[in-house]
Design a protein around this ligand. Structure first.
Ligand code: SAH
Length: 315
């Protein structure tokens, strides 16, 4: 986990249940007497995460309709910390903070997780996009429930599901970052298989109350898209080349490490000036994000001078 991640320690259940009493009925004892929850129970997992958003980030009413994925917060936070490091890397080690920095979150989801964490940790502004209007409505309700977020997060519907950046980035608009947790399966059947495997790995036998589709199934859009992760990020790279001077760093999570090599090759062909993959690990889980820019060193210096001056804070 990234050293700036707020989730280094064990969950403090006393504090969490004080913040969100609705979590209390879900707290169980582990064999060694520690408080915990049943991580196989999606309602319990949602409640724990809602309590974490409230106590660690001051976000009230973090709720979304049943059927949407509940993002594991520590992992999502790590991606943002990695992006902050990427900005700092060019900026003499200082992370640019505050509303001068604007990030585009592609597929922000019903939970609006990245804009919430990124705004609370770094004060950045966000534009979140979605093809799923119900997810967008849910994200809008979360923002509406938190007055501090209203000016910081804007939501935009992507009307064409085959497009990613086009149609949501407006002419003349600039983003310091783009980020994305892409749908990674190539078909509904593959997504269902993935859920079943995850279920088996947790040692669950199934049964009427615990069918995989019910416990791990996200909304179809969250799980799969034509072409899977490789197709989605490939399309993003193609569109990013046409918006080369509108964005400082483009990025995407890459769930399958084997996809890095072909995507890097595509980026090289597309004329990316710099490409970086950043490894992340939470417990056993390994993941990574890929970041690229079409701006050369001089263009980046001019961008920083124009947009980041005064936004730095030494870490
Ligand atoms: N960011 C959230 C949700 C990720 S799931 C999280 O990390 O938990 C991927 C999301 O991308 C889904 O909500 C899906 O509806 C959305 N999506 C899929 N294709 C998209 C596109 N072309 N443009 C914008 N969003 C898209």
């Amino acid at each position: 986990m990234h050293p700036r991640n707020r989730h280094q320690d064990r969950y403090e259940f006393t504090r969490l249940t004080r913040e969100l009493p609705a979590l209390k009925p879900f707290v169980v004892r582990t064999p060694d007497g520690q408080p915990s929850i049943d991580f196989g129970d999606p309602t319990a997992v949602r409640m724990l995460n809602r309590a974490l958003m409230q106590s660690q980030y001051g976000i009230a009413g973090w709720q979304f309709p049943a059927g949407y994925l509940c993002p594991p917060i520590p992992g999502r936070a790590d991606y943002l910390h990695g992006l902050a490091d990427l900005l700092a890397q060019d900026n003499g080690g200082a992370i640019p903070r505050g509303g001068a920095i604007c990030a585009l979150d592609i597929g922000t989801g019903a939970s609006c997780i990245y804009p919430l964490l990124g705004h609370v940790d770094y004060g950045w502004r966000f534009v979140g996009t979605e093809i799923d209007s119900a997810a967008l409505a849910s994200a809008a309700a979360i923002i509406a429930a938190n007055s501090g977020l209203r000016a910081a997060v804007e939501l935009r519907l992507q009307p064409d599901p085959t497009l990613i950046l086009k149609g949501v980035v407006q002419p003349g608009e600039r983003f310091d970052l783009t980020l994305c947790n892409p749908p990674f399966h190539a078909s509904a059947a593959e997504a269902a298989q993935g859920s079943a495997r995850k279920w088996q790995n947790l040692g669950r036998s199934g049964g009427p109350r615990s069918r995989p589709a019910r416990n791990f199934g996200g909304h179809a859009h969250e799980l799969w898209c034509r072409g899977g992760e490789l197709g989605f990020v490939g399309q993003m790279i193609k569109e990013s080349a046409e918006l080369a001077s509108s964005v400082y760093w483009f990025s995407s999570l890459i769930a399958n490490g084997a996809h890095l090599a072909p995507l890097k090759q595509q980026l090289q062909k597309a004329g990316a000036q710099q490409v970086q993959s950043v490894a992340m690990a939470q417990g056993q889980k390994q993941s990574r994000f890929l970041a690229w820019t079409f701006l050369d060193a001089g263009q980046r210096a001019a961008w920083r001078q124009q947009r980041w001056t005064g936004a730095g804070e030494q870490t």
